[in-house]
Write a protein of this length. Structure first.
Length: 80
């Protein structure tokens, strides 16, 4: 997962996490980025996550925050 925050205003605190969605619909966190407070990039690498469904969660908190960002996911085969 690559997080690219391109613009912020206010004083945001942004936290991203990558979740696997299990067959019963529950989720389990398999990766999390450290809190981000300014424009920049962060990369989160997760290995051995074999569930076919994933979910990206994020929370933006603090005083009057706005954030512009992109989150990209790349998947590879275990045989790659």
């Amino acid at each position: 997962m690559v997080i690219d925050i391109t613009a912020v205003s206010g004083t945001p605190i942004v936290v991203f996490s990558l979740m696997l969605v299990l067959p019963d619909g529950s989720t389990v966190e398999v990766g999390a980025a450290t809190a981000m407070t300014a424009a920049g990039q962060q990369r989160v690498v997760v290995q051995n996550a074999i569930e076919p469904n994933v979910q990206v969660n994020w929370a933006v908190t603090n005083t009057t925050p706005t954030v512009t960002c992109n989150v990209d996911l790349w998947f590879t085969s275990p045989d790659a």
